[in-house]
Structure formats: structure tokens, C-alpha cells
Design a protein around this ligand. Structure first.
Ligand SMILES: Cc1cc2nc3c(=O)[nH]c(=O)nc-3n(C[C@H](O)[C@H](O)[C@H](O)COP(=O)(O)OP(=O)(O)OC[C@H]3O[C@@H](n4cnc5c(N)ncnc54)[C@H](O)[C@@H]3O)c2cc1C
Length: 432
């Protein structure tokens, strides 16, 4: 039976080997769950998987069927820390053979011949970054949740209303044409950038829409991509090439809105000719594997990540420019940190929906996310600028970065997630 056919919302069974909290008195037997996660994208699934052995009773509510959720044709630059988190969860053996391990990341400024080249040796790791397709990540996480006795995966099921009460949060969900009610101590909103939960809770955001859009497409180059990724900055915006398995590459091409629509309307041969001007000829001729798609890009940060009985994670809490491939990686870290805070609180007998406990998650993640949001915004603005003194300065910066290893390492640690505080889930594999 697939999860789409689940007939009704039933509280999950609790396997006997799960650890029990020392104090159980706060836990109302009237509640169906300890935690309800809304949104079974990669971030929501990561949170559910991270809590699989915690003893918490979890409901995961996802509006799309498993197949629809996995069908998104997108690839991500996955950071080393995200890889460690997946290793800690136990899904890495399913993911690792089906992704690329970047052996070089080359950062350059338009036609300027000097480049910054990041290599695994810089951090003494097996790769600089990974190139992973959405379907590979989400399928591994979906399978993990489906095998887990403490998570009830309600899918497809859509949240329709929420009622925040002093001791619980009550959710009305629609599943298989029926409206059902469930109560939990805490709701985690992982419902994406346009989070209705965030809006309905009245949580305000700061940020802006960029003057640029992003075109993405998957290509097959004539020559082997050799697991080399490129981030090339043009005056119109950054242009990234991510190597993915079976000698394919995903491009993330940032251009101003009007130009993006013109490019997207081009016939395939002209699209590829325009693309080659930015892509270069290092991999020979190109063939389109997927239809090019257009994305709007924005910077957004929520004024707070938590309220009593509510925590925001992933794109529901923040969004950034795709330059440097950070958005999903931030969300995966949010999920690992929230899981750690909840598990610690649960083991100490605390109410996991209380604000003072949730604030530990907010204090940890919001500041770190600001750093990444600021850095991606700086990169995009600085390199999309043709003001000559700035061009000279940033080209000097490229040379300095390439020749001073500690500086290069610092930037790499920021991009790969190792500059912040490392969640316990990733710590074991980092210390190996
Ligand atoms: C062009 C582009 C390139 C990018 N490249 C990278 C990259 O290389 N690396 C990187 O780290 N990030 C990248 N990102 C960012 C990344 O795509 C996002 O940060 C990430 O997908 C967010 O995941 P999420 O799980 O938070 O949200 P989503 O993927 O949006 O998932 C939200 C889920 O919630 C469900 N949902 C919504 N409402 C309800 C409801 N009422 N009831 C039940 N379910 C609901 C939806 O069905 C969905 O499955 C890129 C973004 C863009 C636009």
C-alpha cells in the first residue's frame, strides 16, 4: 500500500526500543502527537528523519503525493555539512553513489583570466561540494520516513487551518476528501517560501525581490565534465555550472527579468548558442536534456523563527539568491538544529512547544542564516557591478583569495557550512 492510500490519520505506534524521557508528566495523553511538521519537502523530511529515534511522536503532512514531490527537476549544490547531516541520519549510503563529488569549484569574473580554484585538499575533505538531484535526496528521505515507526507520514494531505491553544496546537487537515483534526504540542512549518503558516501567524519578513531571474536547465556536454563546478560572474548576474551524474550539468543562469523572458522564448539552437557564450567551450558542444525553466529570486528573512507552539524552518523562514547554492543547505541545518533542541528538551522533560525552548533554536540559526544571506547578496551585488574601481578591487580580491590559503579556507568554510556551530547529527562524522 502506498502512503497516498492511507485511509485515516492514526497516531504512530511506538517501538519498544525507543528511549523514554526521564519525566513524562508534561506530556498530555490527549494529544495525538508531540510534533506536527507541515511540508514534506527536503527540509521537512530531514527534520522528521532526524527525530526518528528521539521517542517523539511525529506527524508529517505533505500536500503532494510522494511521486509528485519527487518529480521536481532540479539539482542542488549540496554542502559538505549537509552531507554529514544525511550521514548522521543514516540516508547517506542511498544518496552518495547517486550524486557527484566536486573535485574543483572555479570562481571567475567574466573574461578576466585569473580564477579562484577550490579543491578538496583545501579542507582535507573528499570533495569540495556535491551535486545532487532533487529526486535522489527526497526519495532517500521519503523511504527513511516510511520505514520509521514513530513518524506518521500523511501524504497527500493538506493543512487547511490552525488553532494555537495554550497547551497545544490544533491542525485541521484535508486527506482523501475528509477533514480531520489532530493536536500536537508543536507545529514546525516547512511549507516553503510562500508559507501560509508564517503569514497567518502574522510573522513579518524583511527582504527584497531581485532585479534578476534565474534560468535553470540540464545539459549534456560533449566532453566529460570531470566533476568541475563553475561560478562565473557576468555583469548581468552569476552563471553557475553544476556537474551531476551521467555526465550532465545543471546551469543556474542569472539575468535581468526582461532579458530572461527573451532568452527563454528563443528556439533551442539559439538558446544553446546564447548559453555557449556564457558557458565557454571547455566541455565541447552542448545538448539540452531538460526544458529551461524560470525562477524568481528574492532575499527574505523572517523577523522571528518561533512563536509559542510554532517553529519555522527552511524556505518558510528565509530565502536567498541562488549564487553559491546556499538555500537548501541552510534549511537542512535548520532541521538538524531544531531536531537537536527538541530532543534535548524532550529528554529533560520540557514542553517542546514552549517559547523559551524554541528560542534556543532561533538564537542558533537566525544569526548564522543572516551571515549567509548577507554573503550571497554581497557576492551578487559586487560582481554584477560595472563601476570600474569596484571591478579593479574585486579582481584584486580574486588574486588575493587564490594566493592566500587561510583566506581561501575561510571562504570555503563559510560556503560549506563549517563556519557556524555544528549540530550533533553532523559532529560524529566530522570528527571521524
Ligand atoms: C534557481 C534556484 C536554484 C537553487 N539552487 C540551490 C542549490 O544549488 N543549493 C541549495 O542549497 N539551494 C538551492 N536553491 C534553494 C532551494 O531550492 C530551496 O531552498 C529549497 O528547495 C527549500 O526547501 P523547503 O523544503 O524549505 O521548501 P519546498 O521545497 O518549497 O517544500 C515545501 C513543501 O511544503 C508543502 N506544502 C506547502 N503548503 C502545504 C500545506 N498547506 N499542507 C501540506 N503541505 C504543504 C509543499 O507541497 C512542498 O512539498 C535554489 C533555488 C532556486 C530558485
Amino acid at each position: 500500500m502506498t502512503l497516498d492510500q492511507l485511509p485515516e490519520i492514526a497516531p504512530p505506534q511506538k517501538p519498544s526500543q525507543l528511549t523514554q524521557p526521564p519525566l513524562d508528566s508534561w506530556r498530555s495523553p490527549k494529544l495525538d502527537y508531540d510534533l506536527a511538521i507541515v511540508g514534506g519537502g527536503i527540509v521537512g523530511l530531514t527534520l522528521a528523519c532526524a527525530l526518528k529515534d528521539s521517542g517523539l511522536r511525529v506527524a508529517l503532512i505533505e500536500a503532494q503525493s510522494l511521486e509528485q514531490a519527487a518529480a521536481r527537476r532540479q539539482a542542488y549544490a549540496l554542502s559538505l555539512l549537509s552531507g554529514r547531516i544525511f550521514e548522521g541520519i543514516g540516508v547517506w549510503p542511498q544518496i552518495s553513489p547517486n550524486i557527484t563529488h566536486f573535485q574543483r569549484v572555479r570562481l571567475s569574473d567574466a573574461d578576466y583570466p585569473k580564477v579562484v580554484e577550490f579543491r578538496p585538499e583545501d579542507l582535507k575533505t573528499e570533495a569540495v561540494y556535491y551535486g545532487a538531484e532533487h529526486s535522489v535526496l527526497i526519495t532517500a528521505l521519503q523511504n527513511c520516513v516510511r520505514q520509521c515507526g514513530t513518524v506518521n507520514f500523511l501524504c497527500p494531505a493538506r493543512l487547511i487551518s490552525v488553532d494555537y491553544q495554550p497547551q497545544a496546537v490544533q491542525l485541521k487537515i484535508e486527506m482523501a476528501g475528509q477533514v480531520q483534526t489532530l493536536r500536537a504540542q508543536l507545529m514546525a512549518a516547512a511549507d516553503g517560501a510562500r508559507s501560509r503558516i508564517r503569514q497567518q501567524a502574522g510573522i513579518r519578513t524583511v527582504g527584497w525581490k531581485y532585479w534578476q531571474s534565474c534560468i535553470t536547465a540540464v545539459l549534456k556536454p560533449e566532453k566529460p565534465h570531470q566533476n568541475i563546478a563553475y561560478e562565473r560572474f557576468w555583469p548581468n548576474g552569476p552563471f553557475a555550472i553544476l556537474p551531476i551524474p551521467h555526465n550532465r550539468c545543471q546551469i543556474v543562469w542569472t539575468v535581468p527579468h526582461t532579458k530572461a523572458e527573451t532568452i527563454l522564448a528563443l528556439p533551442s539552437d539559439q538558446f544553446l548558442a546564447e548559453l555557449s557564450r556564457h558557458y565557454g567551450n571547455q566541455m565541447g558542444s552542448l545538448t539540452l536534456v531538460s526544458q529551461p525553466r524560470l525562477f524568481q529570486v528574492q532575499l527574505m528573512q523572517s523577523n522571528c523563527y518561533v512563536r509559542p507552539r510554532l517553529a519555522l524552518i527552511g524556505d518558510a523562514a528565509h530565502c536567498c539568491h541562488p549564487v553559491g547554492g546556499q538555500g537548501l543547505n541552510m534549511g537542512i541545518r535548520d532541521a538538524a538544529v531544531l531536531a537537536q533542541v527538541l530532543q534535548t528538551g524532550f529528554e529533560q522533560g520540557e514542553d517542546i512547544g514552549e517559547l523559551h525552548l524554541l528560542k534556543r533554536y532561533e538564537r542558533w540559526r537566525r544569526r548564522e542564516n543572516w551571515l549567509v544571506l548577507g554573503f550571497t547578496d554581497f557576492l551578487n551585488r559586487c560582481f554584477s557591478n560595472t563601476f570600474l574601481p569596484l571591478v579593479i578591487l574585486r579582481r584584486l580580491g580574486i588574486q588575493i583569495l587564490q594566493t592566500i590559503p587561510p583566506l581561501k579556507r575561510l571562504m570555503l568554510r563559510l560556503m560549506t557550512g563549517f563556519l557556524g556551530r555544528i549540530p550533533d547529527l553532523a559532529r560524529h562524522s566530522v570528527e571521524k
